[in-house]
Design a protein around this ligand. Structure first.
Ligand SMILES: [Fe+2]
Length: 212
């Protein structure tokens, strides 16, 4: 681990805490689980968290797009882009085992996520997960669901997102997408890779499952 890893991870925690506090101010709505989720994430990231000394970095094929996603993040995300640039060498990118032998190889070349704050994150937190989803170009992330509540905030790149059987809707940096308990969702990219911040609360130990 580089010497300043603890400082960098604390910067990330403080940055996402401010990010979610701003989100709460800007996006008030009356979806009960959205508000429960956001409050939990804000509370969990508001205090110093234990640094996980056994966390090791790991890349996936889609990481080839990470630098361009950071570079292409809009100016309003300068702070989060900078902190992502600082923390990127530390991150353990992974794929969900439930998708293996279900989704095509193209998916595994173009999708990965990283838990930065969470039970097995770089910063240990028992009740939420915060990290990034990275999607490459021209990839479909087929419909899947999970019990955990989930909030996505698009940081870089545009993409198309679907909830249940609704039409895919275009989402750009600054947009957020909330998935309530077990809500089926799917996303796809076209010519741009996408970096999105995600947070989970509730049943965070049960990974997503594909809907076949
Ligand atoms: Fe999800």
């Amino acid at each position: 681990m580089p010497e300043n890893s603890i400082t960098v991870s604390e910067n990330f925690r403080r940055t996402v805490n401010s990010f979610y506090k701003n989100s709460k101010k800007k996006n008030s709505n009356n979806i009960p689980n959205y508000n429960i989720h956001l409050d939990k994430v804000i509370e969990a990231t508001s205090k110093r968290l234990t640094f996980n000394h056994s966390y090791k970095s790991n890349d996936q094929p889609v990481c080839r797009f990470l630098n361009s996603c950071i570079k292409n993040a809009p100016k309003k995300y300068k702070v989060i882009a900078e902190v992502t640039q600082q923390i990127k060498e530390l991150l353990y990118w992974k794929v969900n085992d439930n998708y293996k032998n279900v989704y095509p190889d193209h998916f595994f070349q173009n999708e990965s996520f990283v838990e930065i704050i969470g039970p097995s994150g770089l910063l240990i937190c028992p009740n939420i997960r915060v990290g990034f989803l990275l999607l490459g170009k021209d990839v479909l992330y087929p419909s899947h669901n999970h019990e955990a509540l989930e909030l996505y905030n698009i940081i870089s790149g545009y993409s198309l997102w679907q909830i249940n059987d609704e039409k895919f809707a275009k989402k750009s940096p600054g947009d957020e997408i909330f998935h309530d308990l077990w809500m089926p969702h799917s996303m796809k990219t076209e010519e741009q890779p996408v970096l999105a911040l995600f947070s989970w609360s509730g049943a965070i130990f049960k990974e997503a499952v594909p809907i076949i």
